[in-house]
Design a binder for this molecule. Structure first.
Ligand code: G3P
Ligand code: MG
Length: 245
């Protein structure tokens, strides 16, 4: 267990220093001293959870077409960067547990697959982190997915993701039993941020790659940031840069 929640989350595994959503990225984050990583999980055509961000394969792999129509066998032969195939949730979980990393598992359903994706990811997460000192943090932009997480695995912490925080955010947080709000840094309103923080709800922002922005957000009471710039915020003792702790 952490004495305090990590302030820095490596975004999509290793941020911009490694191919996104890969084991190489997660390893890099760990090597650089990060205590938390965020990655996106989507179902294959065989309903298996893989670390992938887009509904289509073209941007992050050498494959083509829709993830939800691609078999596990095909996904396992793709290159997601550095010759590595898209990892399974099980592979990522094993690595995070071995590296003592907090895993923020973002449930990222393909369109129309929110229920199925949440059911599979949540059930697997329960098994994969069984007995772990550091359970995964489940998050999603899909309220439907988080409702399933709440009902299937109430003990696993949940964070609700918003691009822009809606007026009824508190009602959503309460209904989901969420411990945190994750939102887009650029869309964050200062008064709203203070309101969230004053209610002792953890507020985290994505994706922050500039030290000045990080400083202002922490000053507002934001408790954690997702970054692609693992190099800027890594805890190198001699650099005097912001610690990743
Ligand atoms: O979970 C925070 C962040 O990853 C949300 O945006 O598009 O990078 O998954 P995205
Ligand atoms: Mg994400």
């Amino acid at each position: 267990m952490f004495l305090s929640p990590p302030r820095w989350f490596a975004h999509r595994g290793g941020g911009s220093l490694a191919p996104e959503n890969t084991l190489a990225g997660i390893r890099l984050a760990s090597r650089l001293g990060y205590r938390a990583v965020e990655f996106d999980v989507m179902l294959s055509g065989d309903a298996s959870p893989f670390l992938l961000h887009d509904e289509t394969l073209e941007r992050t792999t050498n494959g083509r077409g829709l993830v939800c129509q691609t078999s596990d066998a095909v996904l396992r032969c793709l290159d997601a960067g550095g010759g590595e195939p898209p990892p399974t949730l099980a592979e990522a979980a094993q690595l995070c547990r071995a590296s003592h990393l907090l895993a923020n598992v973002e449930i990222k359903p393909s369109s129309g697959f929110a229920v199925q994706t949440a059911e599979v990811v949540v059930r697997q997460a329960q098994q994969l982190w069984l007995g772990a000192d550091l359970p995964p943090l489940l998050s999603s932009f899909s309220i439907e997915a988080l409702e399933i997480a709440r009902d299937l695995a109430p003990a696993l912490p949940r964070a609700v993701l918003f691009e822009t925080i809606p007026d009824d955010w508190l009602c959503i947080v309460q209904q989901l039993g969420a411990v945190a709000v994750h939102c887009c840094a650029e869309q964050l309103d200062e008064n709203l941020a203070r309101d969230i923080v004053d209610r002792n709800i953890l507020l985290r922002c994505y994706t922050v790659n500039a030290p000045e922005t990080a400083k202002s957000l922490f000053a507002l009471g934001v408790s954690g940031l997702f970054t692609d710039r693992l190099d800027l915020f890594a805890p190198t003792p001699s650099s005097g840069m912001q610690s990743a702790a």
